[in-house]
Design a protein around this ligand. Structure first.
Ligand code: PMP
Length: 422
């Protein structure tokens, strides 16, 4: 079965990959959470734009004007994509990691940062020092909100920032962002939303959630690598030391002084990724045309996947919260008696299925959630769905897992350079 009508199509849908047997099969990309395949619409628009790209803000030539226009217009596209306030700024970055490092560098002195310890390293590690309060993630959404409330209640007055992900990259579960933001507001704290995993799957509204910053990555939003954004309140960013020093970030340079730009250019020194930014904008516009169709497609596949996994012997699914919560199409699990890296290698070599294995750049989350699920070790397998996923892909991974478990660990695979290979 192909993708239903209504959802945007992806460029990777026709890819074929070799198996160990020498046959080729259609590639089942079940790793959307790592990087999503490029949308056909993005590919077409980027192809049109490629002959035209030129340096932005720097040239009087026509191509330069076209590039500058598209680049600047994309700020408005992204503002609409996350339903930003009119006054919010949009700084182009490389990705979510870059966005949070920029924000971390831009915090007023002595800002207290409150963050759950199960966050992706991109949202966990940029904040360092004595003012960072890492809190263990409670097992219910309600307790998660209370934990933030308590952490803020006994943190010193002054600037405070709560960092929270919209959707877990390990379990796909949605965090209670609006509720956390309401609590933060009560304490006069700001909220930064890691939308790397939420933005590709759900409509985001800065205004409705009442958060202050949103970070996104183009490559998880069905655009190629290299462009992301930090969107949000302009004041801290305007007052901060430029993220990079160089051309484009300045208004004026004299023999003994530099006047930096006040706008987003302040943090965008150097020739920017014009093509990447354009691709990100096209992806956001294409995705947000019909969120209902996107959500329906993914939720149907997610239900099919989770139901199937229940019947795999020894399969233990990782979950952040005890009770079922709304979630995107990302599922991590262990299978008793099977090394996740080995399983992932077999899925690839024998079935043409791409999944992620490991600790998902969220080591604390992986270790703790595997223990809670009654699994073994500190690594798991992650199957993540998106617009490139089909029922056939889901059925294939379920069939493959059933067969592999029935066959038992087949040690004809050896570890080469740290990866299992046939
Ligand atoms: N946050 C979450 C929840 C993620 O899943 C990821 C990517 N795995 C990131 C942040 C970092 O994104 P990037 O690698 O694009 O910077």
């Amino acid at each position: 079965t192909g993708a239903p009508q209504g959802i945007p199509t992806v460029a990777g849908a026709a890819l074929r990959v070799p198996l160990v047997t020498g046959e080729t099969v259609g590639y089942a990309n079940l790793d959307h959470a790592a990087s999503a395949p490029c949308l056909d619409a993005v590919r077409a628009k980027v192809d049109e734009f490629l002959p035209w790209y030129a340096s932005v803000h720097r040239g009087a030539g026509f191509a330069s004007q076209v590039s500058t226009k598209l680049y600047e217009r994309t700020r408005d596209v992204l503002r609409r994509f996350v339903d930003a306030r009119r006054t919010d700024t949009v700084v182009f970055t490389r990705n979510t990691t870059d966005s949070f490092n920029l924000l971390a560098r831009s915090l007023p002195r002595h800002t207290t940062v409150v963050v759950f310890d199960t966050e992706h390293h991109a949202a966990l590690l940029p904040w360092q020092g004595p003012n960072v309060r890492r809190i263990p993630t409670p097992r219910t959404r309600l307790a998660a909100v209370s934990a933030v409330d308590e952490a803020l209640a006994d943190s010193p007055q002054g600037p405070r920032l709560v960092v929270v992900t919209g959707a877990s990259n390990v379990t796909g579960e949605l965090l209670p962002v609006a509720e956390i933001a309401a609590v933060a507001r009560k304490h006069g704290a700001r909220v930064a939303l890691d939308a790397a995993q939420l933005a590709p799957h759900r409509r985001i509204s800065i205004r409705e959630m009442d958060v202050d910053y949103v970070a996104i990555s183009g490559h998880k939003l069905y655009a190629p690598f290299g462009a992301g954004a930090l969107i949000g309140r302009a004041d801290w960013l305007r007052a901060a030391r430029p993220y990079l020093a160089g051309g484009g970030a300045t208004k004026l340079v004299t023999e003994d002084a530099v006047v930096w730009n006040d706008g987003p250019e302040r943090h965008e020194a150097g020739s920017p990724n014009t093509v990447g930014v354009y691709a990100l904008g096209v992806a956001c516009e294409t995705l947000s045309r019909d969120w209902d169709a996107v959500v329906a497609h993914e939720q149907a596949l997610l239900a099919r996947l989770r139901k199937g996994l229940e019947s795999i012997p020894g399969c233990a699914e990782l979950r952040l919260f005890d009770a079922p919560v709304d979630r995107v199409g990302t599922v991590s699990f262990t299978v008793a008696g099977f090394d996740p890296g080995w399983l992932a290698a077999v899925l690839s070599a024998e079935y043409g299925i791409g999944v992620r294995d490991g600790a998902f750049c969220a080591h604390i989350a992986a270790k703790r959630l595997i223990a809670v699920a009654g699994g073994e070790g500190q690594q798991a397998i992650r199957v993540s769905l998106g617009l490139g996923s089909t029922e056939e892909h889901v059925d294939r991974v379920l069939l493959a897992l059933r067969r592999i478990v029935a066959r038992g660990a087949d040690w004809e695979y050896a570890k080469v350079d740290g990866r299992w290979a046939p």
